[in-house]
Design a protein around this ligand. Structure first.
Ligand code: ADP
Ligand code: MG
Length: 445
């Protein structure tokens, strides 16, 4: 029995580990898909032009930032001071209720406009003066300019009807006008990764990559316009433009049986494979599926399937984080968490197994994140001859114990000593702040 347990756990560890050869292959496939996406060919990486380059840091003015993430809607009023400094004047968070996420698109945009109305009234921003909004929209948008973008498809469990295929700026401006907010207009639309890159680049010119590890995952980077083949013939300014990779959808990855079950039971089978192995929306569910398997094989919880683990998605990524942070003898914190979930009679060994499972899964997520970042870095700088700052936002990166270290360790495996040229900087609120900066960049043009 004991041997069986060790053998199973060893096998699991191997399955969730990435070898050097696998990482090499991953990066090669990633480049292939990037090139196809840039050429406008069918690819699992959409490589969406963002119609903006990084800012100079000198932009000035007052702006409202609206950040529509996967779980919250955030509003900020910001003053850009120039020379890289930003002052936050006001902030307000609204929870996005299920009825807006999954109801009618019109209701969702009415709700957003209503939040903006409350915000400007409460904070005394409303008035006759014109206010520009920088709108961060954390879903895939096909842009033709900085002030418009068509939603390609919803992600992160959203399915509000009547929005896919429409310009989200138009929808929001209309909803604002219906609320009588004629002075408030969206001046710039950006994806959250783009906002994060721009927010960091405002004060740090070495920043050329932005990434999100939250409910979902995605990244963007600064590309030479001459290499964006699908933009050929289009009028553009400057030499570079930010590209939103939409890497969530990258799918040339070795998966385990657990990933395949999760994918099959998801609302988008076959899609967003990388995201399903990295992001907060899914890590807990992978852990639940592994636990179910180990229970079935007789090596966990005395083969008894607790009621709490029968329901899909009940085991949250937050729980894994909590377990990963448990350094107590006998894992008493893990025990109390399991008890809260209705698993009352776990033994110490069970808890160690659960902790190991969480480690394998989050370790793989961090390694895949690093491999994806490495692919982007090698695309823009094949010899890693320059310094690169990666601006990162998202609760998984920020709060999961060991996640950030895991990314750095894997970058070290890939680049050895040269990895010191890569700096990953947590850029909290980046997505919201960035949109306001983009509004300011647009204002100057
Ligand atoms: P969003 O992606 O919606 O903009 P966040 O970056 O805050 O927002 O990510 C929220 C996600 O982070 C949640 O869906 C959850 O999966 C995950 N999460 C929340 N708390 C923790 C935690 N303590 N540790 C790890 N992941 C967490
Ligand atoms: Mg976010």
């Amino acid at each position: 029995m004991k041997n069986l347990k060790i053998r199973l756990l060893d096998r699991l560890e191997q399955e969730f580990a990435l070898t050097a050869g696998q990482i090499k292959r991953f990066i090669k496939d990633f480049h292939f898909q990037m090139n196809k996406g840039l050429a406008g060919e069918k690819s699992s990486l959409e490589m969406l032009p963002a119609f903006v380059d990084r800012p100079s840091g000198k932009e000035k003015g007052r702006f409202i930032a609206l950040d529509l993430g996967g779980t919250n809607l955030r509003l900020l009023q910001l003053e850009l001071k120039g020379s890289g400094r930003i002052e936050k004047l006001a902030e307000r968070k609204f929870v996005l209720k299920e009825k807006y996420i999954k109801g009618k698109g019109k209701d969702l945009f009415d709700f957003i406009a209503g939040c903006i109305k409350r915000f400007v009234q409460e904070k005394g921003i409303a008035g006759t003066k014109k206010s520009d909004i920088g709108f961060t929209f954390s879903f895939p948008i096909r842009q033709a300019s900085i002030t418009s973008g068509v939603l390609m498809y919803w992600t992160k469990g959203f399915c509000a009807k009547g929005v896919v295929g429409k310009d989200v700026v138009g929808l929001l401006n209309r909803a604002l006008a219906e609320k009588g907010l004629y002075n408030i207009k969206v001046a710039a639309l950006a994806n959250d990764t783009v906002g994060t890159l721009v927010a960091r680049a405002y004060r740090e010119s070495e920043c050329d990559i932005g990434a999100i590890f939250g409910t979902g995952t995605n990244a963007c980077y600064r590309e030479k316009i001459s290499r964006i083949l699908k933009m050929k013939g289009r009028k553009t300014k400057g030499s570079h433009m930010i590209i939103n990779t939409e890497w969530a959808n990258f799918n040339k990855i070795n998966t385990t049986v657990y990933d395949r079950i999760l994918d099959k039971n998801s609302i988008n089978p076959g899609e967003h494979i990388l995201e399903k192995m990295i992001s907060g929306m899914y890590l807990g569910e992978i852990a639940r599926l592994v636990m179910l398997d180990l229970i079935k094989r007789g090596v966990l919880f005395n083969s008894k399937l607790p009621q709490a683990l029968r329901v899909p998605r009940v085991f949250k990524t937050e729980y894994m984080s909590y377990i990963a942070a448990d350094r107590t003898v006998g894992l008493v914190k893990t025990n109390s968490l399991l008890r809260k979930l209705g698993i009352k009679d776990s033994c110490c060994q069970d808890r160690q197994v659960v902790k190991k499972i969480c480690n394998f899964i989050s370790g793989r997520a961090a390694c895949l994140s690093a491999a994806s970042l490495a692919a982007i870095i090698l695309k823009i700088d094949p010899d890693l001859s320059r310094r690169h700052t990666v601006a990162v936002d998202g609760t998984v990166y920020e709060k999961y114990p060991g996640f950030a270290n895991g990314i750095n360790a894997c970058l070290k495996r890939i680049f050895a000593k040269k990895s010191s040229k890569i700096k990953i900087s947590l850029t909290k609120d980046g997505s919201g702040i960035g949109a306001a900066i983009i509004a300011a960049v647009t204002d100057e043009n």
